[in-house]
Design a protein around this ligand. Structure first.
Ligand code: ADE
Length: 225
C-alpha cells in the first residue's frame, strides 16, 4: 500500500513510522509512505497557508487553494488513484471494521492533515471520506493520521508475523480481548487461572470466550448492541 500524507509538519511522521513493525513493513516494501509539506504549494514570500475566517471569530482557517493544488499534484504522482481522507473531529468515528476495509479496498491512500481552527469548507470537495479518531479535539490531523496508518498497515498481509497475529484480538468479533498471562504462574500471591495451565484447549477457548464477553459487558456494553 502507498500512503501519501499532506501536512504542515512532515517531520512528525518518520520518527513514528520508521520504528518497530511499521518500519519493518516499509523495509519489506509492503508499506510505502510519502510526506508532503503543504507550504510547497504556496507562492508568496511567507508561504501562507491560512487566513482569518469570513464572518469573523477567533483563529485562522486553512486556505483552499494550496490544499486543492497539493492534492491534485500528489494524486498525479502515481497512476493509482488515492482514496483521500481528511481528519476532523466532525468526521465518522474510526472503527476496527473500517480499518479492515481500508486495508483491503485501497492500494493507495492520501491523508490530509488539517490545522488551526479548521479548513475552508470548500476543500472538503477533495475528500472521499472524513474521519475522526474520537470525541476530543487535537491540535491537528497529524496524530489521527498516524493512528489510522498504524491501524490499517498492521492489517496488510505480511506486516504482522504469525506471533503477532491480528486474528484473535479486541474488536475482531465485536468483543474486547480476553485477559492474557505469561510466566511466572504466581507473582506476589497473584496466580494465573488454572484452566490456562491445564493444556485443555477446548476449556481454554471456552474460558477465553466467557471472559471476553464478561469484560465487554462490564466495560463496553455499547459494543454488544
Ligand atoms: N483533528 C482534531 N481533532 C481530531 C480528531 N479527534 N479526529 C480527527 N481529526 C482531528
Amino acid at each position: 500500500m502507498r500512503i501519501d500524507i499532506l501536512t504542515l509538519f512532515p517531520g512528525m511522521f518518520p520518527p513514528v513510522l520508521d520504528a518497530s513493525i511499521l518500519g519493518r513493513a516499509q523495509a519489506n516494501n509492503i508499506l510505502e509512505v510519502h510526506c508532503f509539506d503543504l507550504r510547497d504549494w504556496t507562492h508568496d514570500f511567507h508561504r501562507t497557508v491560512d487566513d482569518e475566517p469570513y464572518g469573523g471569530g477567533p483563529g485562522m482557517v486553512m486556505l483552499v487553494e494550496p490544499l486543492a493544488n497539493a492534492i491534485e499534484d500528489i494524486q498525479a504522482r502515481d497512476p493509482r488513484p488515492a482514496h483521500t481522507i481528511f481528519f476532523t473531529p466532525a468526521g465518522t468515528p474510526l472503527k476496527q471494521a473500517r480499518a479492515h476495509e481500508l486495508s483491503e479496498e485501497f492500494e493507495r491512500l492520501l491523508l490530509v492533515c488539517g490545522h488551526y481552527e479548521g479548513i475552508d469548507e470548500r476543500a472538503y470537495e477533495w475528500a472521499d471520506e472524513e474521519i475522526s479518531i474520537g470525541d476530543y479535539v487535537l491540535t491537528g490531523g497529524e496524530l489521527p493520521a498516524l493512528v489510522l496508518i498504524d491501524a490499517v498497515a498492521r492489517l496488510l498481509p505480511g506486516v504482522l508475523g504469525h506471533e503477532e497475529s491480528a486474528v484473535d484480538e479486541s474488536f475482531v468479533e465485536g468483543l474486547l480481548e480476553y485477559p492474557q498471562y505469561t510466566r511466572p504462574a504466581e507473582f506476589r500471591g497473584m496466580v494465573v487461572p488454572d484452566v490456562l495451565l491445564s493444556g485443555h484447549h477446548a476449556n481454554i477457548a471456552a474460558w477465553r470466550k466467557a471472559k471476553a464477553q464478561e469484560r465487554t459487558r462490564s466495560r463496553r456494553p455499547d459494543l454488544l448492541d
